[in-house]
Design a protein around this ligand. Structure first.
Ligand code: SF4
Ligand code: F3S
Ligand code: FES
Length: 251
């Protein structure tokens, strides 16, 4: 099934937190699975091996296997990360896996990040707001390449949820939009096609559920698998608001 199947000689022990919230008879418990490590094995490969050979009922998510879709986020030895981008040789041989906190549990290692991300996007209105009638027959204005590059940098977020799971505030406040939300709003503030003024942006994010709920714990940036400068975005929004004297809630 995989290109390189030469063994490293290590035996891995995966302790996995199992629970099916749909089953009234299920209670959270750890189950341990053992398997031989192969060269270049990722956690994604190891979990597939467990599901293919040891327990077909194990639930976890993946789509791209390349750090692009953001579906395989989980707690790896207590730290949020992507299973498909984690080499087992960098951890283990004892590895503890649990679902990302904050998000609704679907089962075992699978959580519903999509529901959380959608609710956050609706609250922050993370889409281009263009004034006037949509002009579908007109070509878009050319964008300055440097600006396009800045927007692209913020757009690299894959909505994996690791920054939310790694944030103490998000664990305490279910309505906190997290660094991912602030990063998204910053992306639309930069976009010249979005005609909202600064006050409209800062009304959305200048709340206790937004930047003022952030306690600068910085776990978000530490665990972001795309290496986004989340702390800089949070600081930038705060600074802009302080400069403009805009404290939100005035719209
Ligand atoms: Fe994941 Fe980083 Fe986006 Fe947070 S900001 S959702 S950690 S890619
Ligand atoms: Fe949370 Fe990051 Fe702020 S970890 S408290 S959003 S700096
Ligand atoms: Fe897509 Fe891991 S499977 S990011």
């Amino acid at each position: 099934m995989y290109e390189d199947t030469s063994l490293t000689g290590r035996r891995l022990r995966l302790r996995i937190l199992r629970h099916n919230p749909q089953d009234p008879g299920s209670s959270p418990r750890f189950e341990t699975f053992e398997l031989d490590e192969t060269d270049g094995m990722t956690l994604f490969i190891a979990l597939n091996e467990v599901r293919a050979t040891l327990d077909a009922s194990l639930q976890f998510d993946f789509v791209c296997r390349a750090g692009i879709c953001g579906s395989c986020g989980m707690l790896i030895d207590g730290r949020p990360g992507l299973a498909c981008r984690t080499l087992t040789r960098d951890i283990g041989p004892e590895i503890t896996l649990a679902p990302l906190p904050v998000f609704e549990l679907i089962g075992d290692l699978s959580v519903d990040t999509g529901k959380w991300m959608r609710a956050m996007a609706e609250r922050l209105e993370t889409w281009v707001h263009a004034a006037g009638e949509p002009a579908l027959d007109r070509l878009e204005a050319r964008m300055d390449p440097d600006l396009a590059e800045q927007i692209y940098e913020l757009d690299r977020c894959i909505e994996c949820g690791c920054c939310v799971a790694g944030c103490g505030t998000a664990r305490m406040r279910p309505d906190f939009v997290g660094a991912v939300g602030v990063n998204k709003l910053a992306r639309f503030r930069l976009d010249p096609r979005d005609t909202r003024d600064d006050a409209a942006y800062y009304d959305l994010v200048g709340t206790e559920e937004g930047v003022f709920g952030c306690m600068t714990l910085l776990g978000c940036e530490d665990v972001c698998p795309k290496g986004l400068s989340l702390a800089a975005q949070l600081a930038f929004v705060r600074r802009r608001m302080a400069l403009q004297g805009l404290r939100g809630g005035s719209r």
